[in-house]
Design a protein around this ligand. Structure first.
Ligand SMILES: [Fe+2]
Ligand SMILES: [Fe+2]
Length: 390
C-alpha cells in the first residue's frame, strides 16, 4: 500500500501545532491514532500509557476497536507482548496463532492478522506503547515505520509535556499538605517531630526492601500524614494516651478512619489513603479499624506500624519514659509475626545496621551488636506465613 506522504506531513504539522499551543493531550493522541490508522489502512491503532512504577496501565486511546475488546488487557500481558527488550519494533505476524497473544478475545484476536508495535519513552516511570493492528498479514515497510515512529514520538512529546507539568504541580500540592500536617503536629509538645521521624524510618525500610521510587515516596508521605486524623481531637485526650477510659480510647481509635477521610478528596494523595487508614492494623488481624491480617494489610501500612511503634518507644510519652534502643528492639522482635510483619522488622534492623548514620542519635558499637543479635533471633524464629494459619 502506498502511503500518501503529503497527507502524512499535513497530519504531522497539525500535531506539532497542537502540542505547541498546549492543546488537550487526549485529543492530540486521538488525532494521532486516527491518522496512523488511516495512513496505513490498518484495522485499528492504540496508544497505551503505562506506569511501570505502579505496574499498571494508566489509560489508552484507540481508534478502530470497540473498547470492550481491549478493556481486559492487563499490565503484565501488555508488557509481555510489547516487550521493549525485543528491539525498537515488535512484529507479530499472525495474532491468531502467536503464543504472545492471550487466548482470550480481549484484543480482538479472532479478527486480527498482523500486529506491529513500539514502546516509547515518556518521562520517569511512564512509557507509551503504540500498536497498529491489521486485518491480514502485513509487515511494515521502512516508510510505514517512519510514519509510526514520527507520529508516535509526537504523542510521547505531548505526554512528556503534560506529565512533567502534572508531576511538578502534584509535588507542589503534596508539599503544601506536608507543611500543613507538620504545622499541626508542632502544636503538640509530646508528639512534635513524631511523624517526621516515622517517615524517615519508613523510607529507610522501603529502600531496604528495594521498593520502586514511587512507592518509597508514597510511604514517606504516609509517614508524614499517618496521624493527620488526630487534628480535630481534644488535646487533653491525646496527652493522656495510655491512661484513657474505654470510651475515650474508642474516640482516639477513630483517627485512622478520620485521617483517611480528610486526605481522600485529594486525588494526588490517592495511594497514601490506605496507608493512613491501616497503620494500626496488626499482622495477626487483631488491629483496627478493619482487622486486616497479614499480606491483606498494604505493605506501606505494615511498614508504618513498625516505625510508629519504634519511634514512640524511643521518644517516650507522658505516661511512659523513653526506652533505650535495646528495649525497643526487643519489643519489635517479640512482636514480629503478631503485631508486626516479621519481614518489615528484619528490614528495619538491617537498614539500621547498614546505615547507622541515618539514625537520629548515631548508633554506637553496642547498639549495632544488639541489632545483630536480635536480627539473628528474628531469622531463627518461625516463618511469618506459618504464624498466620495456626
Ligand atoms: Fe496513629
Ligand atoms: Fe503515630
Amino acid at each position: 500500500m502506498n502511503v500518501d506522504y503529503s497527507e502524512f506531513f499535513r497530519v504531522f504539522a497539525q500535531v506539532s501545532k497542537a502540542i505547541h499551543s498546549g492543546e488537550n493531550t487526549t485529543e492530540i493522541l486521538e488525532h494521532i491514532v486516527k491518522n496512523i490508522r488511516a495512513l496505513l489502512g490498518a484495522k485499528g491503532c492504540i496508544f497505551w500509557i503505562v506506569d511501570h512504577g505502579r505496574r499498571k496501565i494508566e489509560t489508552m486511546v484507540s481508534d478502530g476497536f470497540p473498547y470492550r475488546n481491549l478493556a481486559d488487557v492487563n499490565y503484565q500481558e501488555l508488557t509481555r507482548i510489547f516487550n521493549p527488550d525485543g528491539g525498537p519494533f515488535i512484529f507479530i505476524a499472525d495474532a491468531r496463532t502467536d503464543h504472545r497473544i492471550p487466548e482470550i478475545d480481549t484484543i480482538g484476536k479472532k479478527s486480527v492478522g498482523s500486529i506491529s508495535g513500539m514502546p516509547l519513552d515518556i518521562v520517569g516511570n511512564h512509557s507509551g506503547i503504540l500498536a497498529v493492528y491489521f486485518y491480514a498479514y502485513r509487515e511494515l515497510s521502512e516508510r510505514d515505520r517512519e510514519i509510526i515512529t514520527a507520529l508516535g514520538e509526537q504523542g510521547a512529546i505531548a505526554l512528556h509535556k503534560a506529565l512533567s507539568y502534572d508531576e511538578k504541580m502534584l509535588q507542589n500540592l503534596r508539599q503544601v499538605v506536608e507543611v500543613l500536617a507538620l504545622a499541626i503536629e508542632a502544636k503538640d509538645e509530646t508528639t512534635h517531630g513524631h511523624s517526621v521521624r516515622v517517615a524517615r524510618f519508613a523510607t529507610m525500610i522501603a529502600h531496604q526492601l528495594g521498593l520502586p521510587e514511587s512507592e518509597v515516596e508514597t510511604i514517606h508521605h504516609g509517614g508524614l500524614l499517618h496521624d493527620i486524623g488526630k487534628i480535630g481531637m481534644n488535646d487533653d485526650l491525646l496527652e493522656r494516651l495510655g491512661i484513657l477510659s474505654r470510651r475515650e480510647m474508642d474516640i482516639v481509635r477513630q483517627h485512622p478512619v478520620i485521617g483517611a477521610k480528610i486526605v481522600s478528596p485529594l486525588r494526588f494523595l490517592d495511594d497514601v489513603v490506605p496507608l493512613i487508614r491501616h497503620h494500626h492494623e496488626r499482622f495477626d488481624g487483631s488491629g483496627y479499624p478493619d482487622g486486616l491480617k497479614g499480606d491483606d494489610i498494604p505493605l506501606g501500612a505494615r511498614i508504618l506500624t513498625v516505625c510508629d511503634a519504634f519511634e514512640t518507644m524511643l521518644a517516650g510519652r507522658t505516661h511512659f519514659a523513653r526506652m533505650k534502643l535495646e528495649d525497643a528492639v526487643v519489643n519489635l522482635q517479640q512482636g514480629a509475626g503478631h503485631q508486626f510483619d516479621q519481614a518489615v522488622v528484619a528490614a528495619l534492623f538491617a537498614a539500621l545496621m547498614e546505615h547507622p548514620e541515618q539514625f537520629p542519635e548515631r548508633l554506637n558499637g553496642s547498639d549495632l551488636a544488639c541489632l545483630k543479635r536480635y536480627q539473628e533471633k528474628l531469622a531463627a524464629s518461625r516463618p511469618r506465613v506459618a504464624q498466620l494459619f495456626i
